[in-house]
Design a protein around this ligand. Structure first.
Ligand code: F6P
Length: 359
């Protein structure tokens, strides 16, 4: 083994740089070169890469984002190419595999979410040697108990809830905080419990405005004329539909959710008479320095991925199982997103302490 490659794909998440650092340290100790491809698969296809040296790795552990850049639009199997002043989409996957061979990359480490790792699996079927590292703040990936980035997003959301509490109490208002998570409610559930929310609305549990209003009114009757509602961006509206903010052409996952909190704030005002305000926390959840937990998880994942690559165990993703870092074959990862089970221990505990899920 002489040379490893690495890329970060999809939306960024705090801890990406910590994975790169861990891979680089193991590679360096084994005398193996490490090439970083810029901007996800785009760099692999366009031949845009750099050799990662000690100076690139220094000071990376606590840095948010990714020094390699990332991209959630350029899928090698449907890659945007300029032709006669137009953008046309072409299958460039053979070029991706060929470039790895030409550059004599023995194994490529792909740090990505479900989209980037599905691409990794398809490239593996075409002969590429790849090891995957699961990443997303949404914590919705199959095949692992936790992704790095999630803990930091929960911390950021919890800090926002602490701040919303004081203004909700001063103004006797109902504050609605909308959080990311796509089709899963993990961030809303965990930060809702950590931040003392009164109501948590997630995509997995259908809710009615009547039940939400009941909770707000019962708090008022207990002498607490303010409430906090946490809503996951993927929670459905009372008609059972998700609220779409925009559709992004060329993206593997074109739907961007967003806007449900404004609808809920309006409904709160009309059904309870309480003044209500909506806050969309947005990309603050993806930014900044990773939490200690995420630094550790990212380091463990990076170290394990480098070890798999060095020992020739390709076509696998590192994963967390019962607190231990292990791995599984790409082919053994279930499809779809890992949603919150409606009987999850934290849902049950939250209900037992009086948090309403509107159901
Ligand atoms: O998957 C991570 C995530 O932040 C989701 O929670 C969110 O729905 C989406 O990405 C936002 O994507 P973009 O950065 O393209 O707006």
């Amino acid at each position: 083994m002489k040379r490893l490659g690495i890329l970060t794909g999809g939306g960024d998440a705090p801890g990406l740089n910590a994975v790169i650092r861990a891979v680089a340290k193991v590679a360096g100790a084994e005398g193996v070169e490490l090439y970083g491809f810029r901007n996800g698969y785009s760099g692999l296809i366009r031949g845009d890469y750099l050799k990662l040296e000690k100076q690139h790795i220094s000071g990376l552990l606590h840095r948010g984002g990714t020094i390699l850049g990332t991209n959630n639009r350029e899928n090698p199997f449907n890659f945007p190419v300029e032709e006669d002043d137009n953008i046309v989409y072409k299958d460039m996957s053979n070029k991706a595999v060929d470039n790895l061979e030409t550059l004599k990359i023995d194994c490529l480490i792909v740090i990505g979410g479900d989209g980037s790792l599905a691409i990794a699996r398809e490239l593996t079927e075409k002969g590429a040697r790849i090891v995957g590292v699961p990443k997303t703040i949404d914590n919705d990936m199959q095949g692992t108990e936790q992704t790095f980035g999630f803990d930091t997003a929960v911390t950021t959301a919890t800090e926002a809830l602490d701040k919303l509490h004081t203004t909700a109490e001063s103004h006797h208002r109902v504050m609605v905080l909308e959080l990311m998570g796509r089709y899963a409610g993990w961030i809303a559930l965990y930060s809702g419990v950590a931040g003392g929310a009164d109501v948590i609305l997630i995509p997995e549990i259908s809710w009615t405005m009547e039940n939400v209003a009941k909770k707000i009114i019962s708090r008022k009757e207990e002498g607490k004329p303010f409430s906090i509602i946490v809503v996951a961006e993927g929670a459905k509206n009372p008609k059972g539909e998700q609220v779409v903010r925009e559709t992004i052409e060329g993206s593997g996952d074109p739907v961007r959710l967003g806007g449900i909190s404004h609808l809920i704030a309006r409904l709160v005002e009309t059904t309870t008479g309480f003044e209500s305000r909506a806050t969309v926390l947005g990309h603050l959840q993806r930014g900044g320095s990773p939490s200690p937990f995420d630094r550790i998880l990212a380091t463990r994942y990076g170290e394990a991925a480098a070890r798999l690559a060095l020992s020739g165990e390709y076509g696998k993703m590192v994963s967390l199982r019962n607190g231990l870092v292990t791995s599984l074959d790409f082919g053994d990862i279930s499809s779809g997103c890992r949603t919150v089970p409606t009987n999850h221990v934290l849902v049950n505990a939250a209900k037992n302490i009086g948090i309403s899920f509107g159901d």
